[in-house]
Design a protein around this ligand. Structure first.
Ligand SMILES: [Zn+2]
Length: 241
């Protein structure tokens, strides 16, 4: 069943109310949600569903469901389950999500400092990484850190733009990530634009202004196979915001 993805239009929504439409082995489906399901390298949200009877259902993870735009809220082991048709209040772990948003947006900036094909990526609340197809000798931690932070400090607003699948096909250079093609099938593709810095398809959650990232540190750069160089970063001030 399709879920209305409230985070797609407003990544800053921490709570909402929704109706339970299915409860299955994988988890709980709602008619709308603020929980981001794991995808595009970004981890799924955690949080709680609050029942009208006062009971709290801890959500340990969020995953994509089988249908397009469907979301499965994975309850923590032993958590109570709601009834289909019931209205619940949703609340994500905002501190965790905001860290994910800052790190996710930081990777967009990083991908413009290290100019090479991206072969993979991952965003966790405490650190994030991008893998590049590049020669190790071209990667210097101090240079990457300085270059990324110089762009962050410009304080540019991010924008979400939608284009059609057909438009994307005419601009293949937009897709930097070789391993993660943008989701197709809905007829249109969501792009993140950081004017003057980056433009690429992305369905994830981002901060409104790159200045919110603060600054990043390069934790390490290491070789992950013959054509894979992994750059791992963390926020300099993880708890800010
Ligand atoms: Zn993104």
């Amino acid at each position: 069943m399709t879920t209305e993805l409230l985070f797609r239009d407003d990544a800053y929504l921490r709570s909402a109310t929704a109706r339970v439409v299915a409860v299955g082995e994988r988890g709980i489906e709602l008619d709308r949600t603020v929980f981001y399901p794991q995808g595009g390298g970004q981890m799924g949200d955690t949080g709680v569903l609050l029942r009208a009877n006062g009971e709290t259902i801890a959500i340990a993870d969020t995953r994509k469901g089988d249908a397009l735009d469907s979301v499965v809220h994975v309850p923590a082991p032993g958590a109570a389950l709601p009834d289909v048709g019931e209205t619940v209040a949703l609340e994500i772990d905002w501190a965790r999500r905001y860290a994910l948003m800052r790190l996710h947006t930081a990777l967009h900036v990083l991908s413009c400092v290290v100019v090479a094909p991206v072969t993979g990526g991952n965003i966790a609340p405490d650190k994030a990484r991008l893998d590049f197809d590049i020669d190790m000798s071209l990667l210097d931690a101090a240079t990457i850190e300085r270059g990324t932070n110089e762009l962050i400090v410009r304080g540019i607003d991010t924008q979400t733009v939608w284009i059609t699948d057909a438009e994307l096909d005419t601009r293949p250079a937009l897709v930097k990530t070789m391993s993660v093609q943008p989701p197709r099938g809905a007829g249109r593709v969501r792009l993140l634009r950081i004017p003057g810095i980056d433009l690429q398809p992305c369905g994830g959650t981002h901060v409104k202004n790159v200045g919110e990232i603060g600054a990043i540190r390069v934790l390490r750069i290491r070789s992950e196979g013959r054509r894979n160089r992994r750059v791992e970063i963390a926020l300099s001030a993880p708890a800010a915001g």
